[in-house]
Design a protein around this ligand. Structure first.
Ligand code: G4P
Length: 537
């Protein structure tokens, strides 16, 4: 197929309308419910309940993974594209329940912004904190949706404080709840200065929208509409917000220093439209991305992209794998030839999957911010860059420190070559991480979510014929070790020779049984850096 260069104006227009984001939340905060409402608004699904119904099978839109479906789970995240106003939105799923894994973190390296969902009853929870750490590495802009206001939750000020203190980001409310639980009446929209009333949806899931503009809060109309007690409390709250809160600051949001906060109830489809409208208006389109030699602008006409996730077992008979690639610049055209820099070869992207909004069959091209799936037989690994001409290596797709560890024992020693080959390949695909003791021959597997071990064991058996035994290890984290002062590093190595490991690329790391032990070692060795992630090479 002949490739043509897009015109500058066409490229700029396509970039401007794209929004690529992921949702960060703790299981049960309401991510699936909110996703469904967003897709309903975008017309990508027609009926409420269709995503939730499939959640049991995990995941709604990735039902091409038959093998995973049979197991009732998906080890993968998928891409959901929908249109809203004049925007093309790519929502990258961030698997969160038992399929929480390093993939979840890596998806966040491929987005331009994130949406954080917090349960108003539970506040900021563990997985949200971890995902937020990843967002912070790239200063990803984040919008927040505080969910389940129809329940008796925590005081909204307390929730804002918790966001600020535990996540280290300013919280700027753009809506404010009026009551909660049984007394939940709706929200006050601080931008449009109006009340949006909470009315339960009818039996078809539609919710009549009722609003009342209240510019002057002292207006007695407020008392008539929501009752004097609620009116008084709203006045006090808003006075506090205007006096001591952070007004919305677009630059601070775009730099990841401030999160605009919305309150609502996803299951009742309340507060979601305001969120989506602000999202398309304020969330950033694809941004320039750093590569090892320079920064690459999405507006550059040459095509470039990087692999952030690999999904295997699409068709076990063919050992087929799909590499998910985020497009960073230029235009993708089906069948185009691109340079695979790591192996120094051209490859043809003839059978790529283009994730598209419904009713747009036959799409042959994709643009910066879009994700394409490339079929391959193992030549692509996480972090690989493909581009049409210039040699590029995108940065920012690291390995993240695992939190679960297992030792692998071979049942049949004859298979040791296959074991090593399988483990190295699975590591390159990002299915698992592999460490070897500096002074030993053991294979130590590291994972972010324990399901990764099941997947690894199943794939070693099915694809490499390796039947192994696995023993959990009593470590809770690992840190890559680095120091400017090479003498200090040598001293440290000697001192901890028996606890040191190296990863699959030979980088030194150290296993820790507890966080406390890590902190103690950090204090004792100030000249050593203990890194929680390592950039892919
Ligand atoms: P997740 O993907 O983040 O894990 O959460 P999910 O959307 O599945 O929601 C978790 C539970 O919280 C679900 O209940 C869901 O209905 C409920 N939920 C979501 N949004 C709201 C809300 O605004 N208010 C209230 N009260 N509940 C909400 P479930 O009992 O686990 O499932 P279901 O049988 O109700 O679907």
């Amino acid at each position: 197929m002949s490739q043509t260069t897009p015109s500058e104006s066409q490229l700029a227009q396509e970039v401007r309308k794209r929004r690529t984001f992921g949702i960060i939340s703790h299981p049960d905060a309401g991510k699936t419910t909110l996703t469904e409402k967003l897709l309903l608004f975008g017309g990508a699904i027609q009926m409420a309940g269709s995503i939730k119904a499939k959640k049991a099978q995990r995941h709604a839109r990735s039902d091409w993974m038959e093998v995973e479906q049979k197991r009732g789970i998906s080890v993968a995240s998928s891409v959901m594209k929908f249109l809203y106003q004049d925007c093309e939105i790519n929502l990258l799923d961030t698997p969160g329940h038992q399929d929480f894994s390093e993939d979840t973190y890596r998806v966040l390296t491929a987005v331009d912004s994130a949406l954080m969902v917090i349960d108003s009853v539970k506040g900021v929870e563990e997985q949200t904190r971890k995902l937020m750490d990843v967002c912070r590495m790239r200063s990803t802009p984040i919008m927040t949706f505080v969910n389940k206001l129809d329940r008796d939750g925590r005081d909204p000020f307390e929730l804002l404080d918790e966001i600020e203190n535990t996540l280290g980001i300013q919280a700027s409310p753009l809506t404010w709840p009026i009551g909660m639980g049984k007394l939940f009446q709706g929200v006050y929209d601080l931008v449009n200065q109006e009340i949006r009333f909470f009315t339960p949806p009818d039996d078809k899931g539609r919710r009549p929208e009722e609003r009342a503009v209240i510019k002057d809060l002292d207006d007695s109309k407020l008392d008539e509409l929501i009752g004097s007690a609620a009116a008084e409390s709203l006045r006090q709250d808003l006075e506090l917000i205007h006096g001591a809160g952070y007004p919305f600051d677009r630059d601070a949001y775009l730099e990841g220093r401030q999160t605009p906060v919305f309150f609502g109830s996803a299951v009742n489809n309340f507060g979601v439209r305001e969120l989506l409208e602000t999202f398309v208006k304020e969330a950033p389109p694809p941004r320039p991305r750093p590569a090892s030699t320079r920064e690459v602008s999405p507006l550059e006409q040459e095509f470039s992209g990087f692999v952030f996730k690999i999904q295997a077992n699409m068709d076990p008979a063919h050992r087929d794998r799909i590499a998910f690639m985020r497009i960073c610049s230029g235009r993708f055209q089906r069948g185009m030839k691109v340079r695979h820099h790591r192996i120094g070869k051209d490859i043809q992207l003839s059978n790529a999957i283009i994730f598209m909004a419904q009713d747009r069959a036959g799409v042959e091209e994709a643009w910066p911010g879009d994700i394409i799936g490339v079929h391959n037989h193992g030549i692509l690994k996480i972090g690989d860059t493909l581009s049409s001409k210039e040699e590029l290596q995108f940065l920012g797709i690291p390995n993240f420190a695992p939190e679960f560890f297992q030792r692998v024992f071979l049942k049949n020693p004859i298979k040791s070559k296959q074991l090593e080959k399988g483990l190295v390949q699975l590591t390159e695909e990002g299915a698992i991480q592999l460490f070897r003791p500096v002074g030993g021959n053991d294979y130590i597997l590291g994972a972010i979510g324990s399901l990764q071990f099941d997947v690894t064991a199943a794939r070693l058996k099915a694809e490499y014929g390796v039947d192994a035994a696995y023993e959990p290890l009593d470590y809770s984290t690992v840190r890559w070790i680095w120091a400017r002062d090479k003498k200090a590093l040598e001293k440290f190595r000697k001192r901890y020779f028996n606890s040191l490991v190296q990863d699959v690329e030979g980088y030194p790391a150290m296993l820790f049984a507890t966080r406390w032990r890590l902190e103690r070692t950090r204090e004792e060795w100030p000249e050593i850096e203990f890194l929680a992630s390592r950039e892919q090479q």
